[in-house]
Design a protein around this ligand. Structure first.
Ligand code: ADP
Length: 582
């Protein structure tokens, strides 16, 4: 179907009698999205949704076309995280849908609101397995990985379908929603007046959820009795956009706090109460931990074991999802509700007489922090040649310090681990990384999503292996002329580039890439600007230039190929083969 065929006659004041009698599924989907203030679609066109993308653009929405659906989905998800509005990803059927599904699953896992809308083949043929073009039972495939999944079969239900998808994505614990639109639905015609009446503007999609007064009193009681309290901020706290309330809680209570990686910047990392540099110490020593929008999953060693030391602990947990409580360890004081409301209630309960943590505790945290910061400063000051992770990140840190508004995307193994602790964040929701799954492949999708959504500069700090998963999207970055600077930490391989094939055979080791690759030349192929940096000084200069240009840029940062540990800090997750260790 061509654009001309789906174009809707305009109603003009001069021609009142020419009002269209009918509309179709294509128009209704766009009308329903627009009615709900959704202005951008991330996707990749093909049968049967190409005209949907064309129509979206014709109707004033932004359509950002990608080279692979997973990246479009990641862009939509991060946009949802940044705005609290569901990010929309549009894909074709079967393989396109499956590519997008990875991003949908990641969004659900990370509690990012997004809607994956995929065109699908005809139900009658799919259900009888008669062999259609791109035949697949997409709805059922999506269900285990989505917070909710819906299919619309009749044009008059499109309004309801979009409304339900929006509500499911953003209410309660946010997540990924799948919306299945069979090709036939899009072409269905329907009376225009009936169609308009069928649309729903969602009212109060994510209603505030007030905590019960009892739960607040119980939490305050636990905190009041603590000798060594700690606040732990997760990305749920950043998502909630309750920045002022969280700052008030931290500063009024005087309790040291620890941000999870995507909660960095909720308060500036340089804040006097930030305990990031004493992370191990505070996790081990605290006797009361107030979790705010953070789960006790693997990233927090499930709340037990060596990481948490031997000191008995009581947990307070603020979360919107009641079933999160007691998922790993006993929670003494659950506070269920939205973070803004819950934190406000706690702040209201911290009056003048509320005990501050002892200086013995805050002093011990500060001592440990200062000791570790000194150690880190010494490591960062070194200037090895070839450049190492630390000296490269020092150069980047110093440039980014001058631009706290810049969005930072970060993935890799060592590149992620080191950058997370070296690059300070000063503003909320500016750091986007591998998240709950600790995955590779989010890089360019997140970078594009962040650039499109914020309209401001993005710096993506990428391991060379991580970059490979979404690297083709630098064409997308150039096509839309986005202010994204990608820095590839190039050490010639996964983890590092020095492994050898133990047989001495022709194939390189499984972790090794082409040596001395020039990633900077890739972006030049699409009209972007490439830089090649082999020293911290060259890296500083390149990054400054890149940011000044506001153009699509890529810096090939050459790192010592022997630098880097296997799996970064996750070495413990590698099953060790005795034979390989010999
Ligand atoms: P991190 O990885 O930073 O530790 P997680 O993704 O594990 O963070 O945890 C985020 C938590 O925040 C989830 O348990 C989720 O239910 C919760 N959450 C998300 N949004 C809100 C909100 N608006 N109010 C309360 N809790 C929220």
């Amino acid at each position: 179907m061509s654009t001309a065929e789906i174009a809707r006659p305009e109603i003009t004041a001069d021609e009142p009698h020419h009002a269209p009698a009918t509309t179709d599924g294509f128009h209704l989907v766009i009308d329903a999205l627009k009615l709900n203030d959704i202005d951008t679609i991330f996707g990749l066109v093909g049968i049967p949704i190409t005209d949907l993308a064309r129509l979206a653009q014709a109707e004033g929405m932004r359509f950002i076309g990608f080279r692979h659906e997973q990246n479009a989905g990641n862009a939509a998800a991060i946009s949802g995280y940044m705005t609290k509005k569901p990010g929309i990803c549009l894909t074709v059927s079967a393989p396109g849908f499956l590519n997008g599904l990875t991003a949908l699953a990641n969004a659900t896992t990370n509690c990012f609101p997004m809607i994956l809308i995929s065109g699908s083949s005809e139900r009658e043929i799919v259900d009888l397995q008669q062999g259609d073009y791109e035949e697949m039972d997409q709805l059922n495939a999506a269900k285990p990985y989505a917070k909710a999944a819906y299919r619309v079969l009749h044009a008059e239900d499109i309004g309801v379908g979009i409304a339900r998808a929006i509500r499911a994505a953003v209410s309660g614990r946010p997540g990924g929603v799948y919306l299945d639109l069979p090709a036939k639905l899009l072409a269905q015609t329907i009376d225009a007046v009936k169609a308009q009446q069928s649309l729903i503007k969602v009212v109060d999609a994510a209603p505030s959820q007030l905590p019960s007064p009892d739960s607040v009193a119980r939490a305050l009681d636990v905190i009041r009795r603590a000798k060594r309290p700690l606040i732990l901020l997760g990305k749920g706290a950043a998502y909630a956009q309750a920045d002022a309330q969280i700052r008030a809680l931290v500063e009024k209570s005087g309790i040291p706090y620890l941000p999870m990686s995507m909660a960095k910047g909720l308060l500036p990392d340089t804040h006097a109460q930030c305990a990031s540099a004493a992370r191990s110490f505070v996790l081990q020593e605290a006797d009361c931990v107030v979790l705010i929008g953070a789960r006790l999953n693997w990233l927090l060693a499930h709340g037990k074991g060596k990481t948490w030391g031997t000191a008995p602990k009581q947990f307070v947990q603020i979360d919107i999802s009641p079933t999160e409580i007691d998922s790993n360890v006993a929670i003494a004081a659950p506070v269920i509700g939205d973070i803004g409301s819950c934190v406000s209630a706690l702040v209201a309960g911290i009056g003048a007489g509320f005990p501050k943590p002892s200086t013995e505790w805050t002093g011990a945290v500060d001592d440990r922090k200062n000791k570790n910061l000194e150690k880190m400063a010494a490591t960062l000051a070194k200037n090895p040649s070839p450049m190492g992770f630390h000296s490269a990140l020092r150069a980047i840190r110093d440039v980014l310090k001058t631009r706290p508004d810049i969005n930072v995307v970060n993935e890799g193994a060592n590149t992620l681990d080191y950058a997370r602790s070296i690059i300070d964040m000063a503003q909320p929701r500016k750091r986007f990384d591998s998240g709950t799954w600790g995955i590779m492949g989010i890089g360019m999708g997140f970078a594009i999503g962040a650039a499109v959504t914020s309209g401001t500069q993005v710096v993506a700090i990428e391991g060379d292996s991580a970059f490979g998963f979404s690297g083709m999207e630098i064409e997308t970055i150039c096509r839309y002329d986005l202010p994204v600077c990608t820095i590839v930490f190039n050490n010639n391989g996964v983890y590092r580039g020095t492994d050898v094939n133990p047989t001495g055979g022709k194939d390189v080791a499984p972790t090794v890439f082409v040596k001395n690759a020039r990633y900077d030349r890739m972006i030049e192929a699409f009209g972007g600007i490439g830089f090649h940096a082999t020293t911290p000084e060259e890296l500083t200069h390149a990054l400054e230039e890149a940011i000044r240009s506001g153009k699509p840029t890529l810096i090939n940062a050459v790192i010592d190929e022997a630098a880097g540990t296997e799996s970064g800090r996750l070495t413990n997750l590698n099953p060790q083969s005795a034979a390989m260790k010999k």
